[in-house]
Write a protein of this length. Structure first.
Length: 1056
């Protein structure tokens, strides 16, 4: 039970900036105001035909590369041997940088030369010519009409076959006549979405002079250039890998303004500003820690079966790691020469393993173009449609405005058919496709095809020789790679936006486009479901919030059910054992998610929670309430939060469109934080626990979950079906226990020792022994799992893990053992539930203060004025503080309420100025606030105007305020210093050590509590003394964690 709540708290803190943005995006009707309203160059007056993206900065600008490396990249393009049309660009690089007028003149000459070359090349093609004002036009419509008709019919046939059989075959290459017609159509487009690697330029290369000229020519024509790439915008893997920002450093800084990037498989959106620096506008949340651990477990299952498939993991030669864990993806490299069948089988095994754990991300198999390089299987949370949808929404454009170009447009699929329907057979005959014969190659690359999923119907052109026929406006161009793309960009640049305006085709002048039509091929595993109606949205959030409220209620009630039966020491043991609840719930919840339709899965999930919540009242009724049945109830409570905060996320992907997933997920996480503060601190939900029998709270929660299923889920949630994956049978998992059977036996024995020892410390010790015997722990402790070989870097993982464990040791025993004990001691049996709920709410309110202080949201128009979005959020937090004091703490005292608002504002101001080092240095200072309630409790006359309750509230706010950002920056520090090819195992060990520390904390606090009757206030002195030791250790933390920021915003708020 405590672990599930702790994971929710940490997850909330990491995702909170995005959550606040999501709240405004989804529910606000005000209009965002761009931070930069079209800063246009005089040389391109039509550049404003597309709106600049709103400046939503959830993260500081990208991390700069070293000066020496940047200098080398600037000279990576050889301008000493320019081509004729690039002469002026050569002169630009040779010119004095202090003379902007001269440089501007040179670049203008270069672009004009490029455009003239484009027009000459265009006029030489058959079927085209130069019309009025030098604008290229197609020849007679009949020149390409018949060929286009045949191509469209072929696309329809192949799409029909794919839809009804699952067999996906590629579109063919168009003729030169159709190509010229497509170039003429592309010239009318105002926005270009392009891949970079093997499309704009060579893979992993710095943009060549030819590429730079085309990009700038498109921009000078007043059109928008958008580059979408799989590569990150900052270093994530091999430090020598070229990021997309480094690839574009060959573009002069002053001329990059307005170019938009989608990096990291579309997870990050950036826009170059007037200073030539890319500003991060949007970023998807990375894989959650829980997801990474499940992926790691699934990968271990696949690796155990590789020998059966006749292959093995790549040995790491050639600088290519065997495995790679990144922020949004996981890759497994197989040995070079692995046959295609084995690669496909390995991919299917990974799908099976993931599905058993509730992970539904797409898994792809890839064969290397070079046979000496390893093939690989890969899963990713992202695809390029994520960035496309976000950019489309911001630019207010439609499919008619856009041309999409890329080389990775096709991944073949094959299914052995038992029968062939007549219409399918006729379509196959017309397409010349043999449905009985599998193609030789069954792997491909469709990463660029996903761009079209973000804007269905857009003109989509493949420069890779193949294309998915399910894209309804797709064509395969003759030629491949950058050469074909350059011809396309020449055409786009040849018709400036001014000419489009004269011909009435200015896309930017039209009204905002309607939302894109969902792709015909979208299915259960696509990045987001079909748009849902208001009723479904209201129903979904209604069941979510009601379920969360039942969790809050039973969390408050559980201590006061357990303690009368097993005592406070036994309760501590239950809390230590309850750390396993989330793990126990995972596999079954995953099976429900992956195998059942949405409505059915959500209903079964909710009904199972209702049944589990009824277990404890049933045990009480039948007189079998004891330690073991209480432990079962603890696991049920853990199941409740796991299904609300984790399992439920998979259903969201099916119910809501991808462009709304970030906002919906943000609201899900934010609702938990708000409900804790609103119902625990202000409305006093714990009062219900005091008024009712605690067992009745569990029964009432069960009844509410039953009503949720019957009155909300069944009538209003659509039943989106999911096809059951086909493939090999289950992978055996006995290999893990074979290796660690001794440690597992010791762990089980420690659990069995409880009736004799009545302490959780043996359990925690056995868990630590198990952890310490693992290979991953040894690698972490020695530094072998850390990035870099220098000694000072090899200790970073160990030190950050120890500080994370110390933070947990200080936080969770107080929160889940100390606070219930204090509430019962102070309020007695009649008010302990209300007080405990308020204590918990005060902790979350402290978290809310630091969250609001660091939020950076778009400006909005309110009552005719422009207001920064974060100011509204901060005002709301101050208002909550005033409401709490006026309504609960000091009822009716207006002056106290005003003071509370001022104090909350001041705390937000302090939090906003805190650096990473200061969050850690003062971590213990925040926790040392527990000495205030100790002083008030022990010497009441010292501060007669304070009660023990008020003193506790005051002390809990700084604890919550410091714990949230400190935990997140420590965890991010741990992640950023771990090798990416074993990140999952490092995180898994860190999490296990974290849980063991919490278990030790419960045991030590219970042991100390047994020395006093009553335990408090004396135990507060023990806790406070321990916090002083922790304060000393955290004050020294920056010395053991080199690289923490001493000036900028805290790392904990940077969504890496």
């Amino acid at each position: 039970m405590p672990r599930t709540v702790s994971s929710a708290l940490s997850t909330l803190r990491r995702g909170v900036s995005l959550a606040l943005a999501g709240v405004l995006v989804l529910v606000s009707t005000v209009t965002p105001v761009s931070a930069d309203q079209g800063r246009n160059r005089s040389a391109a007056p039509a550049a404003a035909i597309v709106s600049p993206l709103s400046d939503i900065r959830l993260k500081p600008p990208f991390l700069q590369t070293s000066a020496s490396r940047a200098e080398g990249l600037r000279h990576a393009v050889d301008f000493s041997r320019p081509q004729p049309i690039l002469g002026a660009i050569h002169q630009l690089h040779m010119a004095d940088s202090a003379d902007p007028v001269r440089r501007e003149s040179h670049i203008g000459d270069a672009i004009q030369g490029s455009r003239a070359s484009s027009l000459l090349a265009f006029s030489d093609r058959p079927g085209t010519g130069l019309g009025d004002n030098g604008i290229p036009v197609a020849g007679r419509p009949s020149d390409a009409a018949s060929e286009l008709k045949r191509y469209d019919a072929l696309r329809d046939d192949l799409s029909l076959i794919a839809e009804k059989t699952g067999i996906v075959a590629s579109l063919p290459v168009v003729s030169e006549t159709v190509f010229n017609w497509l170039l003429e159509r592309a010239s009318r487009k105002s926005v270009v979405f392009s891949d970079f690697d093997d499309t704009l330029d060579l893979y992993n290369a710095v943009a060549s002079a030819e590429t730079v000229a085309r990009i700038l020519a498109v921009r000078e024509a007043g059109k928008q250039m958008v580059i979408i790439t799989d590569r990150p915008y900052k270093e994530e893997r091999d430090p020598e890998e070229v990021t997309i920002l480094e690839s574009l450093e060959s573009i002069p800084a002053r001329l990059r303004e307005g170019i938009i990037l989608g990096a990291g498989r579309g997870g990050s959106v950036l826009r170059y500003g007037a200073d030539g620096k890319a500003q991060l506008l949007y970023e998807e949340p990375p894989l959650a820690v829980v997801e990474v651990e499940k992926i790691r477990q699934a990968a271990e299952g696949v690796k155990a079966r590789l020998a059966e498939l006749g292959t093995e993991l790549h040995d790491g030669s050639g600088g290519i790691p065997g495995e790679s864990y990144l922020s949004y993806s996981y890759s497994m490299m197989l040995k070079a020469g692995t046959p295609q069948s084995a690669v496909l089988a390995a991919a299917q095994l990974l799908r099976e393993e993931l599905s058993r754990r509730g992970i539904a991300y797409k898994v792809t198999a890839r064969l290397a173009n070079d046979p000496v390089k390893p093939p690989y299987i890969m899963l990713s949370k992202l695809d390029k449609s994520v960035a496309v949808r976000h950019i489309v929404e911001r630019l207010k454009i439609s499919a008619d405005d856009v041309v999409i170009v890329g080389d990775g447009m096709f991944a073949p699929k094959w299914v052995e058919l038992k029968e062939i329907l007549p219409d399918v057979a006729a379509a196959a005959q017309r397409a010349g496709l043999d449905l009985r014969k599998a193609p030789e190659k069954l792997t491909g690359n469709d990463t660029d095809r996903n761009m079209e999923l973000g804007l269905p119907g857009a003109l989509t052109l493949s420069v890779g020789g193949t294309a998915d026929p399910r894209m309804k406006n797709a064509f395969v161009l003759p030629g491949k790679g950058p050469a074909a793309t350059r011809r396309l960009l020449d055409a786009v640049a040849s018709l400036p936006s001014q000419a489009l305006q004269r011909r009435g085709e200015d896309a930017g002048a039209r009204a905002p486009a309607s939302p894109p039509v969902p792709a015909r091929s979208s299915g259960a595993h696509s990045m987001g479901g079909e748009p849902v109606g208001k009723k479904t949205t209201v129903a979904y959030f209604s069941q979510l919030m009601l379920g969360t409220l039942t969790f809050i209620a039973v969390t408050i009630a559980y201590p006061f059910v357990a303690v009368p039966v097993v005592g406070w020491t036994g309760y501590a043991v239950l809390m230590a054992f309850g750390l396993m609840a989330g793990i126990a719930a995972g596999p079954v919840s995953g099976w429900i998610i992956d195998r059942l339709p949405t409505r059915t899965g959500m209903a079964i999930n909710t009904l199972s929670r209702a049944a589990l919540l009824m277990a404890l009242p049933a045990f009480h009724y039948f007189g079998v309430l004891n330690f073991w049945t209480l432990l079962l109830a603890s696991l049920a409570d853990g199941w409740l939060l796991s299904s609300i905060m984790t399992t439920d996320g998979a259903f969201v992907q099916r119910l809501f469109p991808s462009r709304h997933l970030s906002a919906v997920n943000s609201l899900r996480f934010m609702s938990y934080l708000i409900l804790q503060v609103a119902f625990g601190l202000i409305l006093g939900l714990g009062h219900i626990v005091d008024q009712w029998n605690p067992f009745a709270v569990f029964a009432g929660a069960a009844g509410i979950n039953l009503l949720i299923a019957l009155l909300v889920i069944f009538p209003f949630i659509p039943n989106v079906a999911v096809p059951r994956p086909r493939g090999p049978g289950p992978v055996r998992k006995d290999f893990f226990l074979k290796k660690y059977w001794k440690e597992a036996a010791l762990f089980l024995g420690s659990i069995a020792s409880y009736p004799l020892l009545h302490s959780p410390l043996p359990v925690a010790a056995a868990l630590l022994v198990w952890i310490a015997r693992t290979d991953a722990f040894k690698a972490l402790w020695s530094g072998a799992g850390a990035q870099g070989d220098r000694p000072e870097k090899r200790g970073r993982l160990r030190n950050s893990m120890l500080y994370l464990a110390l933070a947990a040791l200080m936080m969770y025993p107080l929160q889940y053992f100390g606070l219930p004990h204090i509430a019962e001691t102070v309020a007695g049996s009649s008010g302990k539930g209300l007080l405990l709920g308020q204590f918990q709410g005060a902790l979350f309110f402290g978290n809310l203060i630091s969250t609001a202080a660091e939020a950076e949201l778009p400006k909005i128009k309110l009552l005719g004025r422009t207001v920064a979005g974060q100011r509204l959020v901060q005002a709301a937090v101050a208002a909550l503080a005033a409401l709490w004091v006026f309504g609960r703490l000091m009822p009716g005292n207006v002056l106290a309420a005003g003071a509370a608002a001022l104090i909350a504002t001041g705390l937000m101001g302090i939090a906003h100025r805190m650096t990473e080092r200061n969050w850690l240095r003062f971590f213990g200072v925040g926790f040392s606030a527990v000495w205030l309630p100790f002083a008030v409790w022990t010497w009441p006359g010292m501060l007669p105007f304070l009660t023990v309750q008020t003193a506790m509230f005051i002390s809990l706010i700084p604890i919550g305020m410091f714990y949230g950002p400190s935990y997140v920056l420590l965890f991010n520090y741990f992640q950023s210093n771990a090798k990416k090819d074993n990140l999952g195992s490092m995180i898994g060990i860190q999490g296990a050590f974290f849980n063991a520390a919490i278990s030790i904390g419960y045991g030590l606090l219970a042991l100390a509590a047994g020395h006093w009757t009553p335990a408090f206030p004396a135990l507060l002195a023990v806790i406070g003394t321990a916090y002083l030791a922790g304060e000393f250790l955290f004050w020294k933390a920056p010395a053991f964690l080199p690289g923490l920021d001493a000036q900028k915003e805290p790392q904990g708020f940077k969504r890496r």
